[in-house]
Structures are given as C-alpha cells and as structure tokens.
Design a binder for this molecule. Sequence first.
Ligand code: ATP
Length: 231
Amino acid sequence: MVKFLSFGSDARRIAEADSVAVIGLGRFGASLARELMASGTEVLGIDSDEDLVQSLNGHLTQVVRADATKLDVLQQLAIDDFDRVVLAIGTDIRASILTASLLLQLKVPVVWAKATDEQHGLILEQLGVHKVIYPDKEMGRRVAHLVRGAAADYLEIDKGYAMVKAAAPTQVQGRTLTDAGVRTEHGVTIAAYRPADGVWRNAEADTVLSAGDIVLVVGPTIRVEAFAQLR
Ligand code: ATP
C-alpha cells in the first residue's frame, strides 16, 4: 500500500516539469498516461485500485494509489501545482463529479474530464471543467468515417472540417498540385505527403506526387472524404 505523504515532494517535483496528472487509470486513463510518457511528458498517475497502480508502476513517472475524491489527498499529492490534470474516471459519476469539483476548488488551471454521456458532460461543464471529452462517442464517430471511406486515418478538426490521411489519387499524380487542381477542383488542401522514402514533407504548390505517395488532406469533411475516395 502506498503512503500518500511520501509522495508529496515527488509529486511537487513532477509538477514543476512539463507534466500532467492523470486521475483514473482505467483503459482510457492508462492509455493516455502511457502515450504522454512516450511523447516525453512527465505523468503522475492516480487510481484507487491497487492492482492497476502496481501494473503501471515503472511505466509512469509516479503512480499512486489514492482516493481522488478526498481534498486532503489531492493536497498531499500537490495536485494544485500541476498546470494540467486529466480526470479519467467515467463510470463512477459520483467520484468523477466530486473530484472535478475539488480540482476546480484547488484552482488547477486546466482540467480535462472524461464523460460517459451527455448528462455527465453537462454537469462537468456546469462545474467549470475546461474541456469535456467523450472518448467512446468521439472514437465511434471517427471509426464511422474510416469504415465508410478510403481514408487511412481521420481527424475531425471542427464540425464539418477534417483532416485525412489517404493514398494520393492517380488523377493528381505526375503534375504539380496547382495544375492538378487540388484546391480549385477538389476544394481541399494537401498539407503534407510521404513519398516512397517514408519521410513526411510539407506540400507546396509545385509539389508533384507519384504513385504510392501518402497525403495528408485538410478541408471540409465532405470534400476530404470525396478526395480520399478518388482512384
Ligand atoms: P475505462 O473505460 O477508461 O476503463 P471506466 O469509465 O470504465 O474507464 P471507471 O470505473 O470510470 O472506468 O474508472 C476509471 C478508473 O478510475 C478505474 O481504474 C478506477 O479504479 C478509478 N477510480 C474510480 N474512482 C476513483 C477514485 N475515487 N479515486 C481514484 N481513482 C478512482
């Protein structure tokens, strides 16, 4: 069992670095925490489940078993020293709301919280959570676009505006992007491309694509999806 007090100074040290605290290390929280670590961010992970904490020990900067719904616990973990906290407790709505309220009371500058449904999300927003995320809904929407189109990857930047990764269509190969009418005819922008050498490059107006190139296309969702489906 982890003693909270012994982690106060460590947590404070982590908070001083470019770091994030992740509360709730279920599938979403653990995957987020690992990804942050992989991209060089220091992570303090918190969960009330001993087995989960043990399984992530050594994979995050610090993992602590603690009940995040307790104000004194959050204070001992120096949560208020973190600039960014992700609250990844979902199913236990009571724990999610209580913890969110404490994080805001402690004046954590940026709180992101996961919601399981619209009602949960609305309460989190009303409390003042800075960004509410709906991983299941967002993943479902993303997969829907991937499953019906030819895109290799899809990211909705805003409603009706997206970025996709797709194979360069034959009809825009062998000419400059301007001559191929990528913007004028297809209404999209090719932001970058990956030729056979596997290195991504920024695309310019005079870039000439070849067979096998992969492109990153930005524009209105309908347009980028249509572009990804060109052969
Ligand atoms: P996922 O889909 O990411 O697995 P979930 O929404 O199904 O998550 P939840 O039950 O919401 O799972 O919890 C996510 C994690 O948060 C669990 O590992 C759980 O142990 C942890 N957790 C729940 N309540 C608290 C709490 N009060 N303090 C700390 N951690 C908690």
